[in-house]
Design a binder for this molecule. Structure first.
Ligand SMILES: Cc1cc2nc3c(=O)[nH]c(=O)nc-3n(C[C@H](O)[C@H](O)[C@H](O)COP(=O)(O)OP(=O)(O)OC[C@H]3O[C@@H](n4cnc5c(N)ncnc54)[C@H](O)[C@@H]3O)c2cc1C
Length: 318
């Protein structure tokens, strides 16, 4: 039996573990001092679609990433018997002239262009603006999904230790999936960003996931929704009033947001390449791999790249 250690129980570490555990002759031990989803993954507002980013360009390997995440979501839902995502599509409102020019480029990938009247009919109370309808888009319920990933890992024999990773000598292979705390000695310029999101209560349930300048997503609780997210320099002092400003930003395309009751401010740290957005999966010594740098595309890439990393490890070991 080959022993593999994974440091970090966020999307990257859990997805890698689950793909490794499809093979029966490996044992997987997960380490995380903050518990399951104690990093950025636990505060993610859950957007999953192929066109993240300001310009709404079709991301690298987006089709494969969507398919791989969808498969893990299906496995988690079948195992836990609870929904792990809102699968009703995402509506991306075009408020600026630039967005009206950029968004229709996605139409060749199966999206629809909704005129303002259609938006108002589907989302009463929204600001009158045309929108890009992304039917395959979904909102992942971060906490139940991460919890479900861990339950599946446990069911397949994984062990969890609520502590920082140590004793590399006890393992045949090690995966460092420690988010912004992943040690990185090679020459890639990285950028860390702090993000804030608000968990809110509203007496109605949100009709759809809305995205424009800021976003509004449903949660696993019918009358809760999430407003996100900010992009801040982590060197500046944490200022939670920036999170409250989100309410006004979202109200620009969904005015009822002004009436939401704020329940909680959530803060997390993302790390990504300074130039480009492809996550980093790399072997740093004969026994150790790193998997991090998922930026704002954690949901799009964690399963696809976790699977390819698991394949590389298994090819080496077995
Ligand atoms: C506010 C906010 C909103 C976001 N919204 C979205 C979204 O809508 N869609 C999307 O796709 N992405 C979103 N993201 C980005 C997404 O959350 C990240 O890309 C993803 O969570 C990164 O996963 P990870 O596993 O690499 O890192 P993390 O989730 O940060 O996990 C790293 C883990 O490593 C652990 N760790 C650290 N040191 C050690 C050690 N020595 N030993 C063991 N464990 C250790 C940490 O405790 C942590 O739990 C958002 C991020 C933020 C902050």
């Amino acid at each position: 039996m080959k022993k593999i250690a994974i440091a970090g129980c966020g999307l990257a570490g859990l997805a890698t573990a689950l793909h490794l555990l499809k093979q029966s002759n490996v044992s997987v031990t997960l380490f995380d001092p903050r518990g399951i989803g104690g990093g950025a993954s636990g505060v993610s507002t859950g957007l999953l679609h192929p066109f993240p980013g300001r310009l709404a360009l079709h991301s690298w390997q987006a089709k494969e990433g969507m398919m791989s995440t969808r498969t893990l979501l299906d496995e988690v839902e079948a195992f836990t018997g609870r929904p792990a995502a809102h699968r009703d599509g995402i509506l991306r409102l075009a408020l600026t002239e630039q967005q009206k020019r950029d968004f229709p480029k996605c139409l060749e990938f199966g999206c629809e262009w909704w005129p303002a009247e259609q938006v108002l009919e589907r989302i009463p109370g929204a600001t009158a603006a045309p929108a890009l309808w992304i039917p395959e888009g979904m909102t992942v319920y971060s906490k139940p999904y991460l919890e479900g990933l861990w339950q599946l890992c446990q069911h397949r024999g994984a062990e969890f230790r609520k502590e920082a990773f140590h004793s590399p000598e006890a393992f045949d292979r090690i995966v460092l999936a420690m988010g912004f705390e992943t040690p990185c000695s090679f020459d890639i310029a990285l950028k860390m960003t702090r993000g804030q999101a608000l968990l809110c209560r509203w007496e109605k349930s949100l009709p759809l996931t809305l995205l424009s300048q800021g976003h509004l997503t449903p949660s696993e609780h019918r009358f809760h929704c999430q407003l996100g997210s900010t992009y801040e320099d982590p060197k500046t002092p944490l200022d939670t009033s920036k999170a409250f400003a989100l309410q006004e930003k979202i109200a620009a395309f969904y005015p009822p947001a002004r009436g939401f009751e704020v329940l909680e401010t959530r803060v997390g740290y993302r790390i990504a390449r300074q130039n480009g957005y492809r996550p980093i999966v790399s072997q740093i010594d004969p026994k150790t791999w790193v998997f991090f740098g998922l930026g704002s595309r954690g949901l799009l890439y964690h399963s696809l790249l976790g699977e390819s990393l698991a394949r590389s490890l298994l090819n080496e070991l077995i």
